[in-house]
Write a protein that binds this ligand. Structure first.
Ligand code: CDP
Length: 225
């Protein structure tokens, strides 16, 4: 059996990993896993159900029973399209808060691994290279200065018609970074064999070109793909 190749793209909030992963997946004709959206879906579903952010048992239950469907650029929760609802900053912050709990993470592990299908997968998140796909063939860790990331996130939100302030975004980004890096469960860090890419002064196209160049360097998958 041929096992599908995985390219992991990890990095902090608003480092551009989502956009880069999307374009790399398109260029390679691979499937895409936006793992952050799963944490955001748990955040939205649990908020709607009135679950307290400290109630790990119920949060884990929500994660384990997540009724979710993915389509190109769209996602449904219990049959309702929530593509925009999960992008709200408040949901991102709630996602980051519940992602510190190991049982919640464990409940999402298999769901994430199920995305690995032929011809291949590009997976973006925090722990794709370290925990979920430790055998990935290419691991990329994207970074960018906090200012560059705040500017990008601002533009992203405004483009979607969601109001935002740069000052609030900077503060939220720093808080979320700190929490993601210092948590005990799957902290945000590059895998030992990850390639680092600082995109502060790069366009999306340049970042995508670099990842594709690294991918080409690896050559064909052993076993034919
Ligand atoms: O947009 P942003 O990069 O902040 O967030 P995201 O990738 O959509 O993920 C939302 C939150 O889920 C992050 O702040 C992380 O705390 C958490 N997360 C995680 O713990 N592990 C992942 N593989 C992906 C996201």
């Amino acid at each position: 059996m041929t096992i599908a190749e995985v390219v992991t793209i990890d990095g902090p909030t608003a480092s551009g990993k989502g956009t880069v992963a999307h374009k790399v997946a398109d260029a390679l004709g691979y499937h895409l896993l936006d793992s952050g959206s799963l944490y955001r879906l748990v955040a939205l579903a649990s908020e709607r159900a009135g679950v307290d952010i400290a109630d790990v048992e119920t949060l884990t239950d929500v994660a384990a029973k997540l009724d979710v469907k993915f389509g190109p650029d769209r996602v449904w929760l219990c049959g309702e399209e929530v593509s925009l609802a999960i992008r709200a900053e408040a949901i991102g912050n709630r996602a980051s808060a519940l992602a510190v709990h190991q049982p919640v993470r464990d409940a999402l592990t298999q769901l994430q691994r199920n995305f690995r299908k032929l011809p291949g997968l590009v997976a973006d998140g925090r722990d794709m290279g370290t925990v979920i796909f430790p055998d990935a063939r290419l691991k990329v860790f994207l970074t960018a200065s906090v200012e560059a990331r705040a500017r990008r996130r601002y533009k992203q939100l405004i483009d979607k018609g969601i109001s935002a302030s740069i000052e609030d975004l900077l503060r939220d980004l720093e808080a979320r970074d700190l929490r993601d890096r210092s948590r005990a469960a799957a902290p945000l860090r590059p895998a030992e064999d990850a390639r680092l890419l600082d995109t502060s002064d790069m366009t999306v196209e340049q970042a995508v070109a670099q990842v594709l160049a690294w991918h080409r360097e690896l050559g064909a998958m052993p076993g034919g793909r």
